[in-house]
Design a protein around this ligand. Structure first.
Ligand code: AMP
Length: 221
């Protein structure tokens, strides 16, 4: 499926399952998975200025400013390993970011093949994010109700679970508001350019993955 260059965007509210689906879909298609959230977290772990700046926004559930985010992403897609296409996860999150990506791809003779919206209601998102925890040692992600940590595991036992600052209740509410205000307009943006495909994100993760792959296959022939 990926003999051709293909740029794909995964769109959806925080907690829609973009990260999980992106990892699996990248494995199945060979597309390079690019997550701006992961890039910021890696910068933070490495103690870079960019990481420290991003943290001040991430902890509150706000977006890192467009100029900083766009610069980081454009630098990344300019590298050789991105030339065969990418699966964008968490980018773009504003119309300004979407326009900058369109311009950059057009300059290199490419374009977005499809934007897949993983559609999940606000009620479901609040339920999912509220219980999300990760292991303080290895970083594995669990959910207190849907995927509880294994009490017998030598690493990921429940007393070692921590909650991301941006998964705390105030930050969740803010992230949903930020999504509605700044990211949801992208649904219209990509609908207008005929590039939007929607999958039901309230199915099982496997079923979402199947629909996602079908959406990519529909534009790859
Ligand atoms: P994520 O892991 O995709 O949920 O991203 C975590 C946080 O990183 C977000 O809440 C934002 O603060 C920041 N972030 C990630 N991607 C972007 C983006 N495209 N634009 C602005 N901020 C972003």
């Amino acid at each position: 499926m990926t003999d051709q260059t293909m740029y794909v965007i995964l769109l959806g509210p925080p907690g829609a399952g973009k990260g999980t689906q992106a990892v699996q879909t990248a494995e199945r298609t060979g597309l390079l998975h690019l997550s701006t959230g992961d890039m910021f977290r890696e910068n933070l772990r490495n103690g870079t200025d960019l990481g420290n700046l991003a943290k001040t926004y991430m902890d509150k559930g706000e977006l890192v400013p467009d100029d900083v985010t766009i610069r980081m992403l454009l630098e990344r897609i300019g590298r050789d390993d991105a030339k065969a296409g990418c699966l964008f996860d968490g980018f773009p999150r504003t119309v300004e970011q979407a326009k900058a990506l369109d311009v950059a791809l057009t300059e290199q003779g490419d374009e977005i093949a499809v934007t897949v919206l993983i559609d999940v209601s606000n009620e479901e998102i609040t339920r999912r994010l509220g219980g999300r925890v990760s292991c303080a040692t290895c970083g594995s992600v669990f959910h207190e109700i849907f995927n509880p940590p294994n009490a017998d595991s030598p690493c990921c036992d429940s007393i070692k679970m921590i909650q991301r600052d941006d998964d705390k209740p105030d930050a969740i509410a803010n992230r949903l508001q930020v999504y509605a205000d700044q990211t949801e307009p992208l649904v219209e943006y990509y609908t207008e350019s005929g590039k939007l495909s929607t999958v039901n994100g309230e199915q099982s993760p496997d079923a979402v993955g199947v629909d996602l792959l079908a959406a990519l296959q529909a534009v790859s022939s």
